[in-house]
Design a protein around this ligand. Structure first.
Ligand code: 1CP
Length: 344
């Protein structure tokens, strides 16, 4: 890709020189945007995702409004599971809810392999539309096995993750088989996006931070590593992200990762110390700060950029997704401020 706005996100991912710091926001599409609410209405989000024209438009909305340096495909981490026939509903204001949660060995049969071309043809179609329309890179994404398993086993969003951790400890063999099945599905889902033209991928292990370092390393890391390794031939940068994963950052970095996503709890220089040289970091403004008056937000944006000054590569982002109550005007100004202050 050529230089300037089109190239800076991918260059930063590869720790190459950039004209200014690239920026995008996790959950940049969504309910904080009036144009999103207008287009989505009360329709089913899974139906919107399965409609390539609509999904492409929802992907483009934040790129137009904010002038961010990357687009992220409008989809959801549960889409590949829905595509193989797992009964899942995304309930407004709550999140994915599983009709029949996974608890026993018999449930493994419901996790057949994904064939993205026939089970979810709309994904590649949306990516193809977007690669024609976009002047910035497109990020494809998927959920990592543990985070997907947490929804399947808990039956929906959870605070304690007691059931999925219970399964992990009580039935480690079944737990590993579950994660392996999910790893294959994730690889196929991400590959389909890359083959259709996605320029980078982000692997969301949003809830891995609920685990102890020991349990992550022992029970979860092998499946996650297999996903990352399977994508090594794809040639696109791999971003690995979780929330509350400060104590796992070195384990999540590894040789198969180009960019490590960092939430707001860990200062970027400390994250870099834990990860070691040669990796780009992505983050890490606390999304709640974007609810404060602009002068406060600006100060915090500058603080994050100051902390990032010594990094090998930096992609500015929030430490987690945009909160629905965020004023889009604030995010417009964040993008401007990052580009201005980050200029080399
Ligand atoms: O109808 C709606 O608008 C509901 C909100 C919503 C949206 C906009 C959901 C339900 N999913 C999405 C799209 C989505 N999901 C995107 C694309 C939009 C963008 O980023 O611009 C992405 C990247 C996701 C990924 C996703 N879904 C993750 C990983 C990222 C993260 O936030 O950690 C997770 C954990 C989900 C599950 C999910 N889907 C929806 C909700 C509300 C949730 C979280 C529920 C929970 O707290 O467990």
């Amino acid at each position: 890709m050529p230089e300037g706005r089109v190239g800076r996100f991918l260059d930063a991912c590869r720790c190459q020189p950039v004209d200014t710091t690239p920026v995008w926001f996790m959950r940049q599409a969504g309910r904080s945007l009036p144009e999103y609410r207008a287009l989505r209405g009360d329709g089913d989000i899974l139906a919107a995702i399965a409609n390539p024209e609509l999904a492409a438009e929802l992907t483009l909305q934040p790129v137009r409004r904010y002038g961010v340096d990357a687009a992220i495909l409008f989809s959801d981490i549960v889409v590949p599971l829905v595509a193989i026939g797992v009964g899942i509903e995304i309930v407004a204001g709550r999140g994915p809810v599983i009709g029949e949660p996974f608890r026993t060995e018999a449930d493994l049969e419901r996790l057949r392999p994904l064939d993205a071309g026939s089970d979810a043809p709309y994904v590649a179609e949306t990516v193809r539309i977007l690669t024609k329309e976009l002047a910035v890179p497109l990020i494809g994404f998927a959920g990592m096995p543990f985070t997907l398993a947490s929804y399947l086993v808990e039956g929906g969003p959870s605070r304690s993750f007691a059931r999925v951790k219970g399964l992990m400890h009580a039935e480690p063999t079944l737990f590993r088989a579950l994660l392996d099945a999910l790893a294959s599905i994730t690889v196929e889902f991400v590959r389909a996006q890359v083959d259709a033209g996605a320029d980078a991928v982000q692997l969301f292990d949003s809830w891995a931070g609920a685990l102890s370092r020991h349990d992550y390393e022992h029970f979860v890391m092998p499946a996650s590593q297999s996903v990352l390794a399977a994508l090594s031939g794809s040639g696109v940068p791999r971003v690995h992200f979780g929330v509350g994963t400060g104590e796992l950052l070195d384990l999540m970095a590894g040789p198969e990762v180009e960019v490590v996503g960092v939430d707001w709890r860990v200062p970027l220089p400390r994250a870099a110390e834990r990860i070691g040289p040669g990796k780009a970091l992505q983050g890490n403004l606390d999304p709640a700060i974007c609810l404060a008056p602009w002068e406060v937000v600006r100060g915090e944006v500058e603080r994050v950029l100051d902390e990032a000054a010594g990094l090998d590569g930096h992609v500015f982002n929030l430490g987690h997704g945009v909160l629905p109550e965020t004023d889009p005007a604030i995010l417009e100004r964040v993008v401007e401020a990052v580009h201005e202050k980050g200029a080399r």
